[in-house]
Design a binder for this molecule. Sequence first.
Ligand code: CO
Length: 143
Amino acid sequence: MAPDPLDGLRLHHIGIVVGELDAAAERYRRLGFGEPEWHDVTEQGVRVASFHAGPGHLELMMPTSPDSGIARYLASRGDGIHHVAYGVANLEDTLRRLSEAGFELIDREPRRGIHDWRVAFIHPRSCHGVLTELVEIDMGREQ
Ligand code: CO
């Protein structure tokens, strides 16, 4: 039997796109999260407030450039969940196995996400409408 292509995966973070990042961060702080880390990811045209959520993260993302993919997403759909991310031990292996299993990959090679994470995206068509991100993690520790 073929190995499960995501054997060992774990929930890593949820990305939420928002139009007003300061207000959204304050709202989530009131919900009970601590102080976020702030990241400007200029090359992706996005500013991020990243909260710890147990062993995972919650990422609020606001477009800073009108021609970014996030900006187009926000313009067409408004605030809401943008993607779900899972941690995997070996991203290259996982991408190769997913490709062989027929998943439609947006990134065939890992790239750098915020926090300098190595990430790759799977097309929503392959995940029942959910943009799905894979993050390479050290399975021995929480990140
Ligand atoms: Co993400």
